[in-house]
Each structure stands twice: as C-alpha cells, then as structure tokens.
Design a protein around this ligand. Structure first.
Ligand SMILES: NC(=O)c1ccc[n+]([C@@H]2O[C@H](COP(=O)([O-])OP(=O)(O)OC[C@H]3O[C@@H](n4cnc5c(N)ncnc54)[C@H](OP(=O)(O)O)[C@@H]3O)[C@@H](O)[C@H]2O)c1
Length: 266
C-alpha cells in the first residue's frame, strides 16, 4: 500500500496549525512543522511522536525572513514525500489602519500573502507533475467583510481567497486539490498577539471544533469551507451573483451612467 503523504504545516507551534498537526498525525501522516518558536515545536513533535508514532520534522523559520522562507520553499519543492501543504501561519495587527505603520502593514502582507504564495509556487510544479497533491490555505471571513475594521488583515485574507479560487481553476484539472478555509473568531493567541481580548467578542469557536469542521470540508474535497456559516446556500448565492457579472465586463463602451453627456443630465 502507498504510504500516506507527509503534511507540511506552517504556523504549527500553536493554535489552528497545532491542531491540524495533531489531527493529521492521528490520521497516520508524517509531518513537517514550521514556526519560529523552537521549544513549542519540539514539545508538540515529541507528544505527537509518542502518541501516534508519526515521524515529525521541525523547520524553525520566520516566514517574513527571505532567507528562512527560502529554506521552507526548498523543502516543499524538493521533498517528494510532502503531498499536503497547509498554509496556516498568519497574524493580525493591533489598532486600525491609521495606527499602523508602513512597516506593520508590510510585515502582515509579507507573512499572510507573500510567504503563502511563495510556498504554493514552490510546491506547484511538483504537484502538477505528479498529478496529485493538496493545498489548504487558511483565509478568514474577515476577507469578506471590510465592516469588521481589520482592513489590512482582511485584505490579505481576501487575497488568499482569490488566490485559492484561481488555483482551483488552474490546478484542479491537473489533479491538485486546493481548499480555502474561512474561520471566524476562534480561540487562539492571534487575538492577544494583536492586542485584542478574545473574551470581548460576541461569539468565539473553540480551535478543535474549527479544525475538525475544516477537515470535514477537506474530506469532501470542498473548495471553499466556511465552518461557522449556518446556511451554505448563502455562499452559493453570493458566488453566483459574482459570476453573473462576468459576461457583462466585456464592453466596448462605458456604461450609460458614465457617459459624460448622460452623467451631466442626471
Ligand atoms: N483565530 C482566529 O480567530 C482566526 C480567524 C480567522 C482566520 N485565522 C487564521 O488562522 C491562521 C492561524 O492563526 P491562529 O488563530 O492559530 O493564530 P496563532 O495562535 O497566533 O498562531 C499563529 C501561528 O503562526 C506562527 N507564526 C506567526 N508569525 C510567524 C512568522 N513570522 N513566521 C513563522 N510562523 C509564524 C505562530 O508561531 P510562532 O510564533 O512560533 O512563529 C503560530 O504557530 C492564521 O492565518 C489566521 O489569520 C484565525
């Protein structure tokens, strides 16, 4: 029987990534865990080796550091055992846009979008050649709702959603499965790390429930998984509205409301 593929998980030292590590180890996969905090990665890998017998490798890396990111890129590019990439590492930033410095926003973009995209780019040729492989990208419902006021964070997550949808169209026919997961507020350190008290939020999902739900979507080969959304048809209606506009973009002339003579008259 073919061995189960190894799973590389970014941001595996705590939170959502650590639960993914636990679940995939219990499913019989070997792991490569990536994050900055070596002590936490070692503690998790020791527990998982002991409890599940999985082989667990650690790659200590700051994904906002070009050189360290390049090391992780090489690993996903060259290690043919890695058949599942989970792009989970991410952060939010404290305050509103006016409080954030150019360096704050650049760091967020670098972790949440650039690192994620580079890792997908590094692994894709190998997956396409093999005609198989899975990519799980962790986005957020914030990427659908500028109303939440997490503007740059939400913009990075909208990028992850768009990227994943584009990859689904491009890579799906080549045998590569891409899932994008949109959690809502989940009890992890991300809130504290970005200066927010999770206990002030109206509703918070526990991290085990979030990951187990996301894995139900993964097992169904769902493309977009929104664990907290009660009515899946709402997403379908939203996406259908978006798609219904596509044929209308091909126009030689601007819409009537932008014709200067008509705009003046109205
Ligand atoms: N929790 C929520 O409410 C929520 C909601 C929607 C989406 N999400 C998304 O879910 C994903 C996981 O977040 P979480 O809630 O589990 O957050 P978390 O508990 O803060 O964990 C974030 C993980 O990313 C790693 N990380 C952070 N900065 C890094 C860097 N520069 N280089 C490498 N690793 C880095 C952290 O490890 P080290 O500190 O050891 O590096 C940690 O393992 C993120 O993409 C987040 O945007 C979370």
């Amino acid at each position: 029987m073919k061995a189960k593929s190894t799973v590389l998980i970014t941001g595996a030292s705590t939170g959502i990534g650590a639960v993914y590590a636990d679940r995939f180890a219990k499913r019989g996969h070997d792991l490569v865990l990536v994050a900055r905090d070596l002590a936490r990665l070692e503690a998790l890998s020791e527990r998982l080796r002991r409890e599940t017998g999985a082989n667990v490798d650690i790659l200590q890396a700051d994904l906002t550091d070009e050189v360290e990111l390049a090391g992780v890129e090489s690993r996903v590019r060259d290690d043919a055992r890695i058949g599942i990439l989970i792009n989970n590492a991410g952060a939010s930033a404290a305050g509103g846009f006016a409080d954030q410095t150019p360096d704050d926003v650049a760091k967020l973009i670098s972790l949440n979008t650039t690192a994620l995209t580079r890792l997908v780019s590094a692994v894709t040729p190998r997956f396409v050649k093999a005609g198989e492989g899975s990519i799980i990208n962790i986005a957020s419902v914030v990427g659908l709702a500028p109303e939440f006021g997490l503007t740059v964070y939400g913009a990075t997550k909208a990028f992850v959603l768009f990227l994943s949808q584009g990859l689904q169209l491009e890579l799906g026919p080549k045998g590569v499965y891409v899932q994008v997961v949109l959690p809502s507020a989940t009890r992890t350190e991300i809130w504290e790390r970005s200066g927010r008290d999770v206990n002030t939020l109206p509703a918070v999902m526990e991290v085990d429930e979030l990951v187990d739900a996301a894995l139900v979507g993964f097992d169904r080969r769902e493309s977009v998984t929104i664990p907290p959304l009660p009515d899946a048809d709402q997403w379908k209606v939203f996406d259908a509205a978006r798609q219904s506009m596509i044929p209308n973009y091909a126009q030689v002339h601007a819409a009537d409301r932008y014709q200067p003579e008509k705009a003046l008259a109205s």
